[in-house]
Ligand binder design. Sequence first.
Ligand code: GLP
Length: 242
Amino acid sequence: MRIYREKDYNAVSRRAAAVIAAQVVAKPDCVLGLATGSTPIGAYKQLVEWHKQGDLSFAEVRSVNLDEYFGLAPTHDQSYRYFMQTNLFDHVDIVPENTNVPSGLAQDAAAECARYEQVVADLGYADLQLLGMGRNGHIGFNEPCAEFPVATHLVDLTQSTIDANARFFASADDVPRQALTMGIGTIMRARSILVVVSGADKAEAVRKTVNGPVTPEVPASILQLHPNVTLIGDEAALSGLK
Ligand code: GLP
């Protein structure tokens, strides 16, 4: 695992954007695995800026997002589809049909999970998968559990995740209790992985991910076994590392 220690969130965002842009330049029709949450927002802003300056095109890029709240419409302002539209897709030249996010309104969650896993497989999995990290070490919405879930699945969110994400909703009661997420196997099939972390509330999860044992109780710890992972964090998020 390559680790970059940056002085603050802006520096994390700029370096993360540079890694993503390098992927797009090297392989214009690459498959980008994209993530939501507050951490990647700065990187997306930088990518939009480079696109507007004429330095970066997403015209041939295909994208697969990690996850979506189960029960939220794509037009809901807290859905991950809406997040991707407003933070990236609406501001660059990516072809709408080439963007993929699990459908939060699917009637049959199991069928939607199987469909989505097949979409990612048919694209050959991600060339570069961007990941944030939950305070409990979750990636996508793979919460701590007894066994690593392999494929896209429906997950019950933990109270810690519901509490952490409540800041985006009117109240904690409005946070969906379930989500559809790529599995750990789906994520690990990406050819390269870029993790972005910022802030002291991630320090413990980062420490366990990098220095702890590989365990499904800390889902991100599986990344120790991936051959091509880059982790970019600010001083606060990396403060627990040896
Ligand atoms: C959500 C998302 C994750 C994200 C995490 C951390 O739970 N499903 O993909 O990494 O939040 O978000 P933030 O970057 O806002 O701390």
